[in-house]
Design a protein around this ligand. Structure first.
Ligand code: H2B
Length: 94
């Protein structure tokens, strides 16, 4: 179920480095080089499959830009926050 803007803003206080804009939550991750960025993308891809929830993302060299929204719900849901937390855990482990 789509979260309200107030719910999204309140939940964003529990995760660092994510912003709400254009009906999605976004972050930008910077790595030392392309190999490290792509390795993180590969780990995130497996987690996304496990959650059956997938990021909209792009990669340029050592940077990954990620936007999360629930297409089926037309906005941000708890699933996006679950994936955001999983992404943060993966990146912290790198
Ligand atoms: N990912 C995202 N981000 N939003 C969705 O609505 C979505 C998804 N739907 N991954 C899932 C897959 C859906 O298409 C399948 C059929 O469960």
């Amino acid at each position: 179920m789509k979260l309200t803007e107030a719910e999204i803003i309140s939940k964003l206080e529990t995760i660092e480095g994510w912003e709400y804009e254009d009906n999605a939550i976004h972050t930008s991750l910077e790595f030392e080089n392309f190999k490290d960025a792509f390795s993180a993308m590969s780990r995130i891809a497996f987690e996304a499959e496990a959650l059956n929830h997938h990021p909209d993302w792009s990669n340029v060299y050592n940077v990954i830009d990620i936007s999360l929204s629930t297409h089926d719900a037309g906005g941000v849901t708890e699933k996006d926050f679950a994936l955001a937390r999983a992404i943060d855990t993966i990146v912290e482990e790198e």
